[in-house]
Design a protein around this ligand. Structure first.
Ligand SMILES: [Zn+2]
Length: 69
């Protein structure tokens, strides 16, 4: 299990990346929206999609199996 958040600040390509709190690329605190504790990044991305239906995507560093673009 891990705690996840989504970056409220979009990347250059428009994506809102989903991170574990242990990620070295974790956004600064004011740009984090807490998602919850999940078994895997797929569930975390699903939760993030409630806020960002088309642009939530896994971070390629901490959640590479959920990184699609
Ligand atoms: Zn990350």
């Amino acid at each position: 299990m891990a705690k996840y958040c989504v970056n409220t600040n979009a990347q250059d390509n428009g994506d809102h990346e989903v991170h574990k709190y242990t990620c070295e690329w974790l956004p600064i605190e004011e740009n984090r929206k807490y998602l919850g504790v999940f078994d895997n990044c797929h569930d975390a991305v699903q939760e993030a999609k409630k806020t960002y239906p088309t642009t939530a995507d896994g971070c390629k560093h901490c959640s590479p199996e959920c990184h699609t673009r």
